[in-house]
Design a binder for this molecule. Structure first.
Ligand code: CP3
Length: 361
């Protein structure tokens, strides 16, 4: 006799949430009630996991982002291991820029390095618009992942115009962003042309991910904290608004994150975010006062705290959950990415602790 699975399916349907759109993560982003505070970690897919290091051993970073099966496996690794409430697509912020024709590589231990830095109008002109055909491997990976993940939401992401421009203008990572700022202040028209073009590339890249089925998107403006609020508003906010505002009708929550952005939190929310990511420097109750009552917050355990003894970590997790209650929605995360030396067991324990302490009954 054929196995009758109808009964099981019916039981599962009754107890399971209604797909990823009704998951604790998406509900918290939308400031709705949640069974527990959802948690995921920026850079959860990556070098802190031995299974990641093994599978990446002979494949270059950019190449790995272009292989849908590998992307799927690496994206799923932290979900299996840690029981996080969301997956984040394994990719990199420079993937769409490379697809737009910029000659670059991701150098291990350094980060993105650009062969010919962008410094002139013809350099900007060479960054071409992208569409689905330029990043078909991302579309394919997202579709595979959505099937595999079931009720677990998948977060898509991209780099924001300022952070991308910094890599392109500097030619690589920079502590001061001096060349980027020199271009911004000295040649504002060229700056706006560059940032405008990057905004279009980013918007197209996020649209591909949304069409393929991601449940939320995060726009990383990791280095925006290098700017004053006035300069952020003048040189960056219009372009980040092109991206986030352009997705207002896309039907998925938009998260906007940067590091060292205490002075920018309100402005970053205005760019069109549903959730503002906060680094470890600003307590979440203070942050929500700056961001306003109509947005959720995400954060904000110091990634370095994961190297402290467990009782210290536990106290910090409690503090962050308490402070997060001041916000209308809270997604627990780190204040920046997981450091490669982090013990993955500690991440798993943090997830369990967040779930336990925040369980609503
Ligand atoms: O788990 C995840 O968060 C998804 C994967 C992800 C990567 N990069 C994979 C990656 C995400 C979301 C990013 C975003 C990213 N990339 C940002 C924004 C987030 C942030 O950290 O502020 C930035 C600034 C980049 C640029 C970049 N790419 C850097 C700074 C580095 C690290 C350089 C190094 O080796 O220390 C990369 C490379 C990179 N991107 C790695 C991973 C897993 C390491 C590559 C490797 O395994 O060698």
């Amino acid at each position: 006799m054929a196995t009758d699975t109808t009964g099981d399916a019916a039981r599962d349907d009754a107890t399971r949430p209604d797909g990823p759109t009704d998951s604790p993560f998406v509900r918290a982003c939308r400031r709705r009630s949640v069974p527990h505070t959802p948690v995921w970690f920026m850079r959860q897919a990556g070098r802190s996991l031995p299974e990641y290091r093994q599978i990446r051993a002979n494949v270059a970073m950019l190449e790995s982002c272009r292989r849908p099966e590998l992307v799927t496996e690496i994206t799923l690794q932290p979900v299996r291991r840690h029981n996080v409430d969301a997956a984040i697509l394994f990719s990199d912020i420079v993937v769409p820029v490379a697809a737009a024709g910029v000659d670059l590589d991701i150098v291990p231990g350094t980060g993105p390095v650009v062969a010919e830095p962008v410094r002139s109008a013809p350099d900007v002109e060479r960054i071409r618009p992208i569409d689905l055909s330029d990043v078909g491997y991302v579309d394919e990976a997202v579709r595979m992942l959505v099937k595999e993940l079931g009720d677990t939401p998948l977060i898509g992401f991209a780099g924001a115009p300022f952070t991308l421009a910094s890599y392109l203008v500097e030619g690589g990572p920079s502590r001061t962003h001096a060349k980027t700022k020199a271009l911004m202040y000295g040649e504002p028209d060229l700056w706006h042309a560059l940032a405008g073009r990057l905004a279009e590339v980013t918007l197209a890249f996020l649209r591909v991910q949304i069409e393929a089925g991601v449940s939320a998107v995060q726009l990383f403006d990791s280095w925006a904290g290098a700017l004053s609020e006035a300069d952020y508003r003048r040189f960056v906010l219009p372009h980040s608004t092109t991206v986030l505002g352009g997705l207002a009708d896309a039907g998925v929550p938009r998260i906007h994150f940067g590091v060292g952005t205490a002075e920018l939190l309100g402005a970053m929310g205005e760019a069109g975010a549903d959730v503002v990511g906060v680094d470890w420097r600003t307590p979440l109750d203070v942050a929500t006062g700056r961001i306003g009552p109509d947005k959720a917050v995400q954060g904000n355990l110091d990634p370095c705290l994961l190297f402290a003894p467990w009782p210290v970590i536990e106290a910090e997790v409690r503090r962050i959950l308490d402070e997060g209650r001041a916000a209308p929605g809270h997604v627990f995360n780190l204040g920046h990415g997981v450091l490669p030396e982090t013990d993955p067991e500690v991440l798993t324990r943090v997830v369990a602790l967040v779930h336990e302490l925040s369980a609503r009954n």
